[in-house]
Design a protein around this ligand. Structure first.
Ligand code: SF4
Ligand code: SF4
Length: 98
């Protein structure tokens, strides 16, 4: 509770919780995963709404950003993604896919 109060975005789940760590290992084997389209994310996007969140912009909805502080374009495996789809809702370019 103290870490959650001091640090945002599921600090406990990501770094300290043993169950979260075990879930992360199993998530690596998942048949579904979310990845961004690298070309547009790194070349055209200026807002990074998926990661930061913020008010509605273009086709992206208002969100608080990725709850795990992950950027879809930098995900290498599924360990730091819970498939909540917040990034998909927030993206003004309607990118990403599962
Ligand atoms: S997923 Fe969308 S909001 Fe996030 S970096 Fe890519 S284009 Fe930008
Ligand atoms: S699906 Fe959720 S946890 Fe995964 S990168 Fe997008 S916002 Fe973050």
């Amino acid at each position: 509770m103290i870490f959650s109060a001091l640090f945002e975005r599921r600090f406990w789940c990501r770094y300290l919780c043993p169950i979260g760590g075990m879930n992360g290992l199993f998530a690596k084997l998942s048949m579904t995963e979310l990845r961004a389209q690298q070309g547009i994310c790194s070349a055209e996007c200026t807002t990074y709404q998926c990661y930061k969140g913020g008010p509605q912009k273009g086709e992206g909805l208002e969100t608080t950003g990725c709850p795990l502080y992950s950027h879809p374009a930098q995900l290498e495996d599924n360990r730091d993604c819970v498939l909540c789809m917040t990034c998909l809702k927030a993206c003004p370019h309607r990118l990403g896919g599962v």
